[in-house]
Design a protein around this ligand. Structure first.
Ligand SMILES: Nc1ncnc2c1ncn2[C@@H]1O[C@H](COP(=O)(O)OP(=O)(O)OP(=O)(O)O)[C@@H](O)[C@H]1O
Ligand SMILES: [Mg+2]
Length: 291
């Protein structure tokens, strides 16, 4: 159960289905928040190292999440800031993270694994984004769900993936009951949308109506070749030449805006009374996120 006193907003990005855009969304959301002047820490909690690779950090070159969770290393000795998007720091992952279960004392409560890191991060960062792997039972996923204040679900617009929404929300209900009653669903983000946006949104709204009304983000991320291209170059779309003007960049800035709006007006949002409000970023000063 999360008992840390954190000033940073901690968001777990998750979906136990693979390839729904968890890592893509983590790095681009951090970059968008960073452009708006927020200080963001990404902790890559996946042995497959999605965020680490996307941001061009060679895996196996740096100590990172494994040391953070099993040792006493300070965050500042583990973060990578070189060549990161503005305002973004990364604690990288590598495949050895999959051995964490073996390295942890059997007496260590998996739910508390991230407490120290988040306590420490809250002195420096406005946001901590936790990129989780596609396995809900893995120690670092358990730790992320137990430590986060918010859960952001990335959904891939495929019927099979959408059918899993029910299951994802049952998991969140279990986490709230058994590990972290403070965990709230920040939103469901449709990613990789390819032109059937309206029909798809209606379908998802209908599915969510009974389990999580009002939680679908107005913003969705369209399928864009710039995303794999940026990943291939080890950066975000924002860092590509002219990238800040692309539709993808604007969508992530809108998402950041919507998220800040929800978090700033937490009580109304959770009560279901928050008007959608200012959910598009300020075109002239993308530095400013209007709450
Ligand atoms: N909006 C998009 N447009 C085009 N390609 C995308 C988009 N979002 C993600 N992708 C691509 O889809 C693939 C899966 O995305 P990503 O790695 O972010 O998913 P994930 O949920 O983190 O996967 P895993 O469960 O394996 O960690 C990547 O190759 C990524 O570049
Ligand atoms: Mg990933």
């Amino acid at each position: 159960m999360n008992t840390t006193s954190s000033n940073a907003t901690v968001i777990a990005v998750g979906n136990q289905k693979g390839g729904t855009g968890k890592s893509t969304v983590t790095v681009h959301l951090a970059a968008a928040l960073g452009l708006a002047g927020k200080r963001c820490l990404i902790i890559d909690l996946d042995p497959a190292s999605g965020s680490t690779k996307h941001l061009g950090v060679p895996v196996d070159s740096f100590a990172g999440t494994l040391e953070l969770l099993t040792g006493d290393d300070a965050i500042e000795s583990l973060v990578i800031t070189k060549d990161m998007p503005q305002g973004v720091s990364l604690i990288p992952s590598r495949p050895q993270l999959s051995e964490i279960e073996v390295q942890l004392s059997r007496y260590m409560d998996r739910s508390r694994l991230l407490d120290r890191a988040i306590e420490e991060a809250s002195a420096t960062y406005d946001f901590v984004l936790l990129d989780t792997g596609p396995s809900a039972g893995f120690a670092t996923t358990v730790a992320a769900y137990a430590a986060a204040q918010w859960f952001l679900l990335t959904a891939f617009p495929h019927p099979l993936s959408l059918a899993g929404l029910d299951e994802a929300f049952r998991d969140i209900a279990d986490v709230r009951r058994l590990r972290n009653p403070n965990l709230e669903v920040l939103g469901v983000l449709l990613n990789n949308v390819d032109g059937r946006a309206r029909k798809l949104r209606n379908q998802v709204e209908a599915t969510l109506a009974s389990i999580a009304p009002g939680r679908l983000f107005r913003t969705f991320i369209t399928q864009a070749v710039a995303i794999p291209e940026s990943s291939g170059r080890g950066c975000t779309v924002f860092q590509l030449h002219g990238g800040q003007q692309t539709r993808t960049a604007h969508q992530f800035l809108d998402l950041a805006c919507e998220i800040v709006h929800r978090i700033t007006n937490r009580d109304a949002f959770l009560a279901g009374t928050l008007p959608a409000g200012a959910t598009t970023h300020d075109e002239n000063t993308s530095m400013k996120l209007v709450a």
